[in-house]
Write a new protein. Structure first.
Length: 143
């Protein structure tokens, strides 16, 4: 389900819930999510009416044609193929946007997410801390 800036409040809240659960070091407000929905391609994933995850596809910001694809699955729903589906949809969207380079970003403490990215051919390109953070972010690029 696509989430845009005009999406119903419940959809924005569901997207926010998944993000904030998986990335507790960078909690987003509802206004933050609305802003992201205006810039990025956001989707929600449900199984049998139950929220299982979300995704973000950040379009290229400049002439590098680099697109960031992020798939997030709530812990209780991992290893059931939902991440694969979100990732495949994200890759498809990235290609529609003309991506020549695909990247992702994972919070270091999300070991399942890091393992997923590495398994799918991503390699680490950078680790960094955002101001005030204590857990590094890992930028990865698809090889």
């Amino acid at each position: 389900m696509l989430v845009d800036g005009d999406a119903p409040l419940d959809d924005l809240e569901d997207w926010r819930h998944v993000h904030n659960t998986i990335i507790p070091t960078h909690v987003l407000s509802l206004d933050d999510v609305r802003g992201r929905a205006g810039r990025n391609h956001l989707e929600l994933a449900y199984a049998g009416g139950v929220l299982v995850g979300n995704s973000t596809v950040r379009p290229p910001a400049d002439d590098t044609a680099t697109v960031t694809v992020i798939a997030r699955v709530l812990a209780g729903h991992r290893r059931q193929g939902f991440g694969e589906q979100l990732y495949a949809r994200g890759l498809e969207r990235a290609r529609e946007l003309g991506a020549r380079v695909i990247e992702t970003v994972v919070l270091q403490s999300n070991t399942d997410g890091l393992r997923f990215a590495l398994k799918h051919g991503f390699v680490e390109v950078e680790r960094y801390l955002l101001e005030g953070d204590t857990i590094p972010w890992i930028d990865l690029r698809l090889t």
